[in-house]
Structures are given as structure tokens and as C-alpha cells.
Design a protein around this ligand. Sequence first.
Ligand code: GUE
Length: 297
Amino acid sequence: MTEKRIDGKAFAARLRERIGERAGEFAAKAGRQPGLAVVQVGEDPASQVYVRNKHKATVDAGMESFEYKLPADTSQDALLDLVEQLNLDNAVDGILVQLPLPNHLDEQSVIAAIAPDKDVDGFHVVNAGRLATGGEGFVPCTPYGCIMLLKDRLGDLSGKDAVVIGRSNIVGKPMAQLLLNENATVTIAHSRTKDLPDVVRRADIVVAAVGRAEMVKGDWVKPGAVVIDVGINRIERGEGQKAKLVGDVDYAGAEERAAAITPVPGGVGPMTIAVLLRNTLVAAHRREGITLAGDGL
Ligand SMILES: Nc1nc(=O)c2c([nH]1)NC[C@@H]1CN(c3ccc(C(=O)N[C@@H](CCC(=O)O)C(=O)O)cc3)C=[N+]21
């Protein structure tokens, strides 16, 4: 019997191991390591944790990590100048500008300034367009990680009824595209969806990406469904206590009915970072014209 709990942390660790081996092979051929630049503007505490984790994972996988920490009052022009400098830097294969940006900065124009072949987040319109039309680009890390976990559990996703809750450009929409590419029948549900519990009850695959703590209740889950919880909601506890992380799904309730379910933490989050490294590895190979067997995994 496989466990119901999908161990994204262990899965991601195995991926990072393989990516590290491939990065070593790349370095032997190219004479340099794959390089990832991470730009953080301001000091959002949650962002700082992710940026630190990304830096460590990058270095552990045998890649070069370039970190740029800019003050919260950085101007749009200064940020665009840095992005342009990174676009031109041959040691940099991937560029990630940590979102959200402070309010005075325009995220869309910053993303638009990143060279699409270095856009390892897959957020540039060119990469969104390639995903939508079947071209070779970069796929956003979180949805790609979710698809890997789903295929690992279910094998072929063809003909499965999938419901994605949430329609963000970063998760919901690309997730739906990827499921469609796997020949699932896809419904995108959102805040205006009528009878959401009934829509979810039809699903063989539920992907929750709304950012509302424990919104999806256990009795919404069809018995035997696979549940992927993308939410990371911080619940503050008393003074001096660490915030608790919960997903968008009521884990205890959903676990009783689901065939498999991702926990928070330890589910989708670690996959996001592993796929970021995978995308960086792919970017490095494409930029150097070196063939990477398979899909880099
Ligand atoms: N340009 C950009 N690209 C991103 O990919 C991006 C971003 N901006 N802004 C913020 C979000 C969030 N994100 C996470 C990555 C890993 C975990 C992760 O590893 N989470 C651990 C727990 C970490 C903790 O304890 O806080 C887990 O779920 O087990 C979480 C969240 C990437 N993001």
C-alpha cells in the first residue's frame, strides 16, 4: 500500500540529487556552472525565507547563485537596469525576480524586461504563450511540480476530471494548461463559481490554489480523488511562537476520502524549488547549445 500522504519534500530531494549530477556534467562540458540570479526588493519576511532556501538549494545542486538584495525604495528604472545587466551577463542562465514587489513597482513591466530564454519562472508572456500553444519555453515551477507529483501517483492523466481552484497567472492558469496537455478534462473554478463544493465533488484531481486557509472541506472531495494543495497560509500564533503553515485544504478531513493528498508544508513547496533548478539547468543547456537528454529530470 502506498501512503496517502504525498511526500513532496522527499520527491524534490531526489530530483535535486539528479539535477546536481546533470549540473556537474554541464560544468565539465561548458567550463562553467549553470547560474541563477535571484533579485529581492525589500524585506518581506516570507520572501526572505524562500530566497535563502533557493540560494542553498542552488549551491547544493552545483550551480552558481547570484543574489541581489535591493532596498524597498528601489526605483523602477534601477530595477529594470539590473534586469538588463543580468540579461547580458553570460554567467547568468536564469533570472528570478521575487514577487510580490513593493507597490510602487510595476511587476508586469519588470517581468516583460526579463529575456524569455532566462525566464526560469516562466512568467514572461512569451513563455505563457508557448505553454498555451505547445512551444518550447519555460513552465512556471509550481504547476510543473504539481504535474510531476500527479503523474507519479496516477500515471496517465488522460480523461481524468481535473478541477483547478484559482485562476492566477502564476499557478491556476498554467496548471490548467498543463493538465490539458496531459489530456485531462479541465475545469477552472474561482471566487465566482457557482456551487463550488459540487464542482469539486466531480473531480478525480483537485488542485487548490486560492490562498485561503483550509477553504476546501473534506466532504467536497470525491472518494478516491487525488488532492494537490498549493496554498501556503501563515496562521499567526501567540507572542514568541512560530507561525503555523496551513494549506488551502482541510487536510484531516480531505485525507479521509482522498486516495492521495499533499501536505503543507512538505508537499508542493519543495517541488517549486526543485523545478526552478531544473529550469535553470535547461536554460544553461539551451544557451550553450548543449543537448540535455530527456526533459532534464
Ligand atoms: N518570482 C517568484 N517565483 C517564485 O517561485 C516565488 C515568488 N516569486 N514569490 C514567492 C513564491 C512562494 N514560493 C515558494 C517556494 C518554496 C516554498 C517552500 O519550499 N515551502 C516549504 C515551507 C517553507 C516555510 O517553512 O516557509 C514547504 O511548503 O514545505 C514555498 C513557497 C515561490 N515563490
